[in-house]
Design a protein around this ligand. Structure first.
Ligand SMILES: [Zn+2]
Ligand SMILES: [Zn+2]
Length: 258
């Protein structure tokens, strides 16, 4: 199984996952053109896409879902709450498929297992995408790291985890007080320390790739997030398994098998 975080942050989120002949996006928070450009940078085309799975209805996750579905003639998978709250952006689709939170959806070569997270939207989820050999866990946009989340993300060979903010930068930064409260609430976003705690709870020797994601451009720095994660993996894993994703650029297309 291969994957790339095509971009991550409050201005757009999209993860590309490939196994055999099956290619899916987890969220499509950029324009269709931007997603095509980013796929080209990792040597892929939008014509290879087979489906889009949606975590929740915030704009930075669904902006390009409709256009990708129509242009590529591919189904969209989301739960009823996300469809209901996604408004117009999630109405004109080539094909609308609904899952219930907690379902395992078998789609071609992949099984996509959704699980509940804690965020200020209708029914937000994270996903574990598996192909029978490797498992990629994706968990961003959650204000709390529950036991359920740790359980679902255990045994994953790849992880995309939220390291949203540094609490001091958030506290002393330019956000209005109401927004600061929202970010750090249990339905907001994980801080670097929270992300590190989650990572510690799911760490094992067979983890091939850990990508830190959804970093705030205002309230975080890649090196602070990296340091927090590096402190957790210590000597158990090589530092080279850690990557910090970017808002502007896709990561490498990582192979979880190698
Ligand atoms: Zn988001
Ligand atoms: Zn969100």
């Amino acid at each position: 199984m291969k994957f790339s975080v095509l971009g991550s942050g409050s201005r757009g989120n999209c993860v590309f996952v490939e196994s055999g002949d099956t290619c899916v996006l987890i969220d499509a928070g950029f324009s269709g053109k931007e997603i095509a450009n980013r796929l080209a940078r990792i040597g892929r085309e939008i014509s290879c896409l087979d489906a889009v799975f949606v975590t929740h209805e915030h704009h930075d996750h669904i902006h390009g879902v409709g256009v990708m579905s129509r242009r590529c003639r591919i189904p969209v998978f989301a739960n009823a709450g996300t469809y209901r709250s996604g408004g117009k952006t999630l109405t004109k689709l080539h094909k609308r498929c609904e899952f219930q939170t907690g379902d395992r959806t078998v789609f071609n070569d992949l099984e996509v297992h959704s699980f509940a997270i804690s965020h200020d939207t209708a029914d937000p989820v994270g996903f574990v995408v598996g192909n029978g050999e490797e498992r990629l866990g994706i968990c961003t946009d959650t204000g709390a790291a529950s036991r359920l989340i740790s359980r679902r993300l255990g045994n994953c060979t790849g992880l995309v985890l939220e390291f949203n903010h540094d609490p001091d930068m958030l506290k002393n930064g330019p956000y209005p007080e109401s927004l600061k409260q929202r970010v750090k609430s249990s339905q907001g976003h994980l801080s670097n320390g929270d992300g590190a705690g989650l990572l510690a709870s799911v760490l094992h020797d067979n983890l091939k790739r850990i990508v830190l994601a959804h970093l705030s451009e205002t309230n975080n720095l890649p090196e602070i997030a990296y340091r927090a994660a590096r402190g957790v993996i210590c000597d158990q894993l090589a530092p080279s398994v850690l990557t910090v994703s970017e808002q502007q650029m896709p990561t490498t297309l990582y192979n979880l098998k190698s």
